[in-house]
Design a protein around this ligand. Structure first.
Ligand code: C2O
Ligand code: CU
Ligand code: CU
Length: 530
């Protein structure tokens, strides 16, 4: 078996802390307005569980040009709520999965082994999986295509070129029709790509560069995850998790920290702010560094978006606490404690002040940010809508793509072409974070106006709010072939708000459903090692 999500020592620490919390004067617990079926008195009091960072996965071997990783997808029992056992699915027994650190120009080869059970414990479906490295311009056969599924017992080697600029990516399951359940069970993790530009910046690094993967969950009486997607509208949990821990408290020093914020929720959007009203700086968006940092006091983050932010704790007194709060977004179901995310407690002076600066210029503009409408050779309209019980893009679904033997495409630009896509949501009842695979895009306008400060960097997911129209510009490439476009509300994606585009030619070599098939055969050595 792989390492459990909570080592025994960690689990003991968590329960000791919970016991200590019980001994303290009562400080309020969750009230009745909740989704979980556990008595609210048994849910953790926000900010009592210690913060945790997922492990960094070492490669099993490396060559001059590539690093090889082995990841097993398996079922295990973890302890998310102190005192409760929660069946989870994780990458290498960890939820979120282990973080991978890669460098631009070196290849990553990731062996994904599906050792999940034959059926989901409560929902009964067969957990086929398809692993997507979100934010990487991978070839189609390694992109986690929805028709490229590994069944329990199969493995597949994914090849990632790391050809793009430094950024925060994440790998997560993309199995057709069950992405939402699979991610909710825990199949999600961060992946950090660095390059020379980022390495030379004096921004916080090492232990001051911290992943914050935010998600929400609801729990059954037993401690198991509770699944209710409200007729494919989405799952809204009453417990907010950061790196898999409920409303944790992190100890911080009086200096700057860089946080890689990822919203890994199935359906919940967040508007984050600090309890003391302090501004913080956005330094990177989905596609990497912004040209200049943007100071904000609030950050809206839809599902699958990544924002790197720098918070300065230098002026906060020793022992003081500030909270990261959630003001919510329209059309996400709020519960009593979904307005809380996590807490920071200041321990005292910085033990290191190296890399404690956010320079006024971070990097040359990302290529997507240099595109102008004059370069565009086509403008396409995309309407996100609900048609009966089904979520569609221009009235079509992934079923239509499957029905065409995967040949139907929304667009077929050539490698190097620039296009404007205008995405529209005419509903007041839903928001849709739209994700386009392969490319990084620039948000040209939001409802006709320039995008807000936080969106002035390269993106691959864009929040399409209620009654909004957003114009995007992108250049296609460097790879060719077929890539998905979908809403990242994973219940919408599964039912069935997903289509695809094709860059240049589609050929046998890059066919995502026929090239690079997963296998049941015994796996060969990986980069020279078993
Ligand atoms: Cu993060 Cu197609 O997904
Ligand atoms: Cu993606
Ligand atoms: Cu949607």
């Amino acid at each position: 078996m792989d390492t459990p999500a909570l080592s025994r020592r960690d689990a003991l620490k968590v329960s000791a802390l919970a016991a200590a919390a019980l001994a303290l004067p009562w400080r309020g617990t969750l009230s009745a307005k909740s989704a979980s079926r556990i008595a609210s008195s048994k849910l953790p009091t926000p900010y009592t569980v210690p913060f945790w960072t997922p492990p960094v996965l070492p490669p099993v071997s490396s060559t001059a040009t590539a690093d090889y990783y082995r990841i097993t997808q398996s079922a295990f029992v973890g302890e998310i709520l102190p005192g409760f056992k929660t069946p989870l699915w994780g990458y290498n027994g960890s939820v979120p999965g282990p973080t991978i650190k890669a460098r631009r120009g070196r290849q990553t080869v990731m062996r994904q082994i599906n050792q999940l059970p034959a059926k989901h414990p409560t929902l009964g479906y067969v957990p086929w999986t398809s692993t997507h490295l979100h934010g990487m311009p991978s070839k189609p056969q390694y992109d986690g295509y929805a028709g490229d599924n590994s069944m329990p017992g199969q493995w597949k080697d994914y090849v990632y070129p790391n050809s793009c600029e430094a950024r925060t990516l994440w790998y997560h399951d993309h199995g057709v029709h069950h992405t939402a359940e699979n991610v909710y069970m825990g199949l999600a993790a961060q992946y950090h790509l660095t390059d020379a530009v980022e390495e030379q910046l004096p921004i916080p690094k090492g232990r001051y560069d911290v992943p914050l993967t935010i998600s929400d969950a609801a729990f059954a009486e037993t401690g198991a995850l509770l699944w209710d997607d409200n007729t494919h509208s989405g799952v809204y949990g009453d417990v907010i998790l950061v790196n898999g821990r409920p409303w944790p408290t992190m100890q911080v020093e009086q200096r700057k920290y860089r946080f890689r914020v990822l919203n890994a929720s199935v359906a919940r959007g967040y508007t984050l702010r600090l309890s003391n009203g302090q501004p913080f700086q956005v330094i990177a968006t989905d596609g990497g560094l912004m040209a200049t940092p943007q100071a904000v006091t609030k950050l809206r983050i839809g599902m699958a978006e990544r924002y790197e932010i720098v918070i300065d704790f230098a002026a906060i007194g020793k022992g003081l606490k500030i909270q990261l709060l959630n003001d919510g977004v329209k059309n996400a179901t709020d519960y009593d404690h979904t307005g809380k995310v996590m807490q920071f407690q200041v321990t005292g002076p910085a033990t290191s002040t190296v890399n404690n600066t956010v320079p006024p210029v971070l990097a040359a503009p990302h290529p997507a940010m240099t595109l102008t409408p004059a370069m565009s050779t086509a403008t396409r309209k995309m309407r996100l809508q609900r048609t009966g019980q089904i979520w569609t893009i221009n009235g079509e679904t992934w079923d239509d793509v499957e029905g065409s033997d995967f040949s139907r495409v929304f667009a077929n630009p050539q490698v190097g072409d620039v296009e404007i896509w205008e995405v529209e949501n005419r509903s007041g009842g839903w928001f849709h974070p739209l994700h386009i695979h392969l490319v990084d895009f620039q948000v040209l306008t939001r409802n006709g106006a320039p995008p807000p400060a936080q969106e002035r960097g390269p993106k691959d997911v864009v929040y399409i709010g209620e009654n909004e129209t957003v114009r995007l510009i992108m250049r296609f490439g460097p790879e060719h072939g077929r890539y998905m476009i979908h809403c990242h509300n994973l219940s919408h994606e599964d039912h069935d708000m997903m289509t695809q585009f094709q860059v240049g030619l589609h050929d046998a070599e890059c066919d995502p459903v026929n090239a690079a098939r997963p296998s049941y055969d015994p796996a060969p050595a990986l980069g020279g090692l078993r």
